[in-house]
Ligand binder design. Structure first.
Ligand code: FAD
Length: 538
């Protein structure tokens, strides 16, 4: 009893002072951890330089062939040997249950400036591809604002950026996948060859259909800066209507900006960001703002200042693309509440953000349970014309701000027929005269209001209600985050028709885990959520 009380008090102290714990322990440890990880990756690459891409892929094929010769009783499903803690996913898939195959593929393979594509190995990160492409005058058509995300992880999970209102999800910018199948064969998968069924199922498949060993991605020509225009909005109708117009959701001929994003600071307060590639002449140099410098305010806090009066500025392209990296969107605020203070930024800002890999590496079972029960991390794709209801529902259930909105096209590629895990949008929702509908990512990250105020909060109820709303409007939950759906509900949200056919055709049953089993949280989130709801006043 006494022990329980002491434990509860200790947990409460840690919760109240988590900023100090993170600053004095996590930040320095994460810094050293990162040096070690970078050294390991550098060493892996140095060793890999002595081999060609083909030889490295052959090594993976050999391991799959070896696995196939194992007696049935010893055959565990296949997965990559990449440690869980290196992945940005909030879940911890139990890799011990699987036969792990190392995928040591970290190289940029070629750049095709004529056809505007780049070919890479799957472990190249967003930061690395930015460093490679931007000096040459290009960037990926779709990327992510987190430098540590891998191009392969985005391909088999999901990727979306502020360019997605022009081209759609990351998967729309993939020209071809190079995949090692369950039979140990290496195949090139495009939308028009004999593997086109697989092409449509690989996105959102999370490594349950094969090993990704190469990827050809579309790139776009860029200019050195992004001209940003910040448009303040003071009512829900205003930002919902404006974003429909600016994204081209109402008229396909609208001249849309290169980058488009909304950050919602309160139900009726939002800033729309409109960005366009730009050169900067002498007269405009004073308007350059490199938002990624460690001493600068966190990006979303900087944007908030434009609520009073709009404005404009120029951001160097690489800094624009990684603008949310330093505060991990706004997740860092719940870890270091004073992290955006100028004094903190000046002295310790360069240590931020703590490495997601380090945070995951040091996550104990108790921290894992507390994190999902007392915080929310969700990215959800829903039709843009339901934005008002999305915001109302998210606010009612989680009461946390800011909220992130990225408009994004979702295509009907096959005239309504099964086209992978995402269904074709209903005809009534297509932008007139096109084969796409405008959806958006709603990003909800942070500590729910009731948790902050120490009021009753039931994560299980909130998450399941959000998922139900998502299914009702024909949307999809990103599968890097914890899901609370039963398998039946999951199969209602995602279209598994083609996926199941592809699994049979490519002999995946018994070779790779099924999608639901791969992405469902490794802990019983429903039961734990209910337990934490009971413990609300501790
Ligand atoms: C705070 C936060 C905000 C986010 N915001 C966004 C956002 O705005 N937009 C967005 O698109 N995403 C967002 N994400 C999610 C992020 O895009 C995904 O987690 C993405 O998958 C990250 O890549 P990763 O390199 O960590 O992938 P991983 O998690 O390593 O990989 C994704 C899946 O693919 C499998 N896989 C990876 N490589 C291979 C391979 N070579 N062969 C077979 N299987 C493989 C993995 O096993 C895993 O199941 C956000 C994440 C966080 C934490």
């Amino acid at each position: 009893m006494v022990l329980e009380q002491v434990k509860a008090k200790a947990i409460r102290w840690l919760e109240d002072n988590r900023g100090l714990v993170i600053v004095f322990f996590c930040l320095p440890a994460s810094f050293l951890f990162d040096i070690f990880i970078q050294f390991r990756i550098w060493l892996d690459r140095k060793l890999a330089v002595t081999t060609s891409h083909k030889q490295r892929v052959q090594k993976i094929q050999d391991q799959v062939t070896e696995w196939s010769k194992l007696p049935a009783s010893q055959k565990k499903p296949l997965c990559t040997a990449r440690p869980n803690w290196l992945s940005l996913s909030t879940t911890f898939f139990d890799k011990k249950k699987c036969h792990q195959v190392p995928i040591d593929l970290h190289d940029v393979l070629s750049l095709d400036e004529q056809n505007l594509t780049v070919t890479v190995e799957p472990n190249v990160t967003v930061r690395e591809i930015c460093k490679y492409l931007i000096p040459k005058g290009y960037t990926l058509a779709v990327t992510l604002e987190i430098g540590d995300a891998t191009l392969g992880g985005l391909a088999f999970g999901v990727g979306m950026t502020t360019y997605s209102h022009k081209v759609g999800l990351y998967q729309e910018a993939i020209v071809s996948y190079e995949v090692v199948t369950a039979d140990g064969k290496v195949i090139t998968v495009t939308d028009s060859n004999e593997h086109s069924d697989l092409y449509y199922c690989l996105p959102w498949s999370h490594g349950t259909l094969g090993f990704l060993v190469g990827l050809t991605l579309k790139i776009v020509k860029v200019k050195p800066y992004v001209h940003m225009q910040y448009i303040p909005c003071h009512s829900q109708d205003e930002y919902c209507n404006k974003i429909m117009q600016l994204s081209g959701a109402t008229n396909k001929d609208t001249k849309v900006a290169d980058y488009l994003e909304v950050t919602i600071y309160d139900k009726d307060e939002a800033v729309i960001m409109v960005g366009n590639f730009a050169d900067v002449d002498r007269t405009s140099r004073a308007k350059i703002n490199d938002v990624c410098w460690f001493y600068k305010p966190w990006f979303y806090r900087h944007v908030e200042t434009f609520l009073k009066k709009g404005g404009e500025e120029y951001i160097p392209l690489e800094s624009y693309l990684l603008r949310h990296n330093r505060a991990i969107f706004w997740v860092l605020e719940s870890m270091i509440p004073f992290g955006n203070h100028p004094v903190f930024r000046a002295f310790l800002g360069w240590l931020c953000p703590p490495k997601p890999a380090f945070l995951k590496f040091t996550t104990t079972q108790a921290v894992r349970e507390m994190t999902f029960a007392k915080q929310v991390f969700q990215d959800i794709v829903m039709p843009l014309d339901t934005l008002k209801e999305q915001v109302d529902t998210a606010v009612k259930l989680f009461d946390t701000y800011p909220l992130l909105v990225y408009p994004c096209r979702i295509y009907d590629h096959k005239g309504g027929a099964p086209q992978g895990q995402l269904r074709a949008p209903p005809k009534s929702r297509l932008v007139p005269g096109t084969n796409y509908s405008m959806f958006n990512d709603l990003g909800v990250y942070g500590t729910p209001g009731p948790v902050e105020r120490r009021e009753p909060y039931n994560p299980t109820y909130a998450m399941r209600a959000m998922e139900k709303f998502t299914r009702d409007v024909g949307g999809y939950s990103f599968l890097y985050a914890d899901i609370f759906m039963s398998e039946e509900e999951f199969n209602e949200m995602f279209d598994m028709t083609l996926y199941n056919q592809v699994r049979t055709k490519y002999h995946c049953d018994g070779a790779f885990p099924r999608l639901y089993d791969k992405v469902k949280p490794e802990i019983d989130v429903i039961a734990i959520g209910e337990t934490y709801a009971v413990k609300k006043d501790e």
